[in-house]
Design a protein around this ligand. Structure first.
Ligand SMILES: Cc1cc2nc3c(=O)[nH]c(=O)nc-3n(C[C@H](O)[C@H](O)[C@H](O)COP(=O)(O)O)c2cc1C
Length: 395
């Protein structure tokens, strides 16, 4: 499989050697119990992807505290208490049994938290702004059906105006991430990913049009990432050097799919520079097309820019659908690992299929793969799991 030589070579990130360069991207499914406890089905779902050959499993965005307005979604899993820790232990054990590295993504929803989970309180953000979007992931007929919603139409839930966090509160929120990270380690995770992307709280600081602060947490690229750095520092203190910390970044958000940084790659370069020497083992670039930098003045993809500017390894995500594209990303300076999102919903064996080099009829992404238990190995497998065309044993 020479065409995928890099993709299937091990890589060292922080103190961890990951068996190949394929991460499962974080993917929200809202399949936890109402109190945030992860279910056995979730453990099976993650184990299934680890069994499929992914070297690293990054969990869906998980809330770290019951307070502080972290929770963003209905049926979102948490790592806020002992019950959550116990539940996640099943996932980490199963993922490790299949030789994959287990990373928990920690997130704070900020101004795009579903008002139904905030108990009437205003969401919090970098500045007192209001998102013009609406809550995602609860809008399909199928989800409505499985959640027993009686209304004819799933409500389109908009967001309330956010309240600006004080500096004192920022300390508390950052400590919340650290406490959640410590609990994630107790649950057996090899590290955590801090969600600084896709429209959530840390992204709201990094995104100039939302962050209107005039203190040390706003006004320049360095100031805009200061809160993210602070979170990572506190997390490092809580989990030590042996565990992994990755920071996810993006231009777009769940309420702004065409979002672009002002100044494009120049802003990315400034952000990368500002993250030099931070308590981070790798950056994770999130997009829907990793080559698309949304900057008409430059052709350099953002992950290449961030990698060079920060000096950090980069996990690159966005529209990487097949092996040649993944290999091309890795060999062109686009990253040290790739993260596969929608394809991993649909094809839990993506790594094995890719490695085999067989001509494969990739199925399009469908939300049914998000919500349906993935225990049915028949789903998305025109060929049997043990088909000899791809080996299920990595050497
Ligand atoms: C249904 C769905 C849920 C997602 N949930 C998360 C999430 O919890 N955390 C996150 O950082 N990104 C999340 N994403 C973004 C993906 O990780 C990824 O960036 C995106 O799907 C593009 O990558 P792809 O082209 O490989 O699918 C989600 C995407 C989808 C489609």
């Amino acid at each position: 499989m020479d065409v995928h030589k890099t993709l299937f070579s091990p890589v060292k990130i922080g103190k961890h050697t990951i068996k190949n360069r394929i991460a499962m991207a974080p993917l929200t499914r809202q399949m936890a119990e109402a109190d945030g406890s992860p279910t056995d089905e979730m453990a099976a779902y993650y184990a299934r992807r680890a069994r499929g050959g992914f070297g690293m499993i990054i969990t869906e965005g998980t809330y770290e505290e019951d307070k502080l307005g972290c929770k963003a979604y209905l049926s979102q899993p948490g790592i806020a208490n002992k019950k959550h820790v116990k539940g996640w232990t099943k996932t980490t054990k199963a993922v490790h049994e299949h030789g994959a590295t287990a990373i928990m993504q920690l997130m704070h929803g900020g101004r795009v938290s579903d008002p139904r989970v905030l108990g009437g309180k205003a969401p919090v953000s970098a500045s007192a702004t209001q998102s013009g979007g609406w809550t995602l992931y609860t809008d399909s007929d199928y989800e409505r059906q499985i959640r027993n919603v009686k209304n004819k139409m799933w409500p389109k839930v908009t967001f309330n105006k956010a309240r600006e966090l004080t500096v004192k509160e920022l300390e508390k929120v950052a400590q919340g991430f650290a406490d959640g990270a410590a609990r994630a380690v107790d649950a057996g995770f090899d590290g955590v990913e801090i969600h600084g992307a896709n429209g959530y709280l840390l992204w709201q600081f990094i995104t100039p049009k939302i962050n209107q602060r005039t203190d040390e947490f706003g006004g320049s690229p360095e100031n805009n990432v200061r809160f993210g750095r602070m979170v990572c520092e506190k997390v490092r203190k809580a989990i030590g050097k042996e565990k992994l910390i990755t920071l996810r970044l993006s231009q777009d958000g769940v309420d702004d799919f065409v979002g672009a940084w002002p100044g494009g790659v120049e802003y990315a370069r400034a952000i990368g520079n500002a993250l030099r020497g931070a308590e981070i083992d790798a950056l994770h670039w999130s997009s829907f097309g990793w080559r698309d930098n949304r900057d008409s003045n430059s052709k350099t993809p953002m992950p290449n820019v961030l990698k060079e500017a920060s000096g950090l390894p980069v996990i690159t995500n966005g529209g990487i659908a097949d092996g040649p594209e993944a290999e091309s990303c890795l060999t062109s300076g686009g990253g040290d690992m790739v993260a596969i999102g929608r394809q991993s919903f649909t094809h839990p064996d993506w790594p094995y299929i890719v490695r085999s080099g067989v001509d494969y009829n990739w199925l399009p992404f469908d939300r049914k793969y998000v919500v349906r238990p993935s225990l049915d190995y028949g789903i998305a497998y025109p060929l049997g799991l043990e088909d000899p065309k791809w080996s299920t044993k990595f050497k």
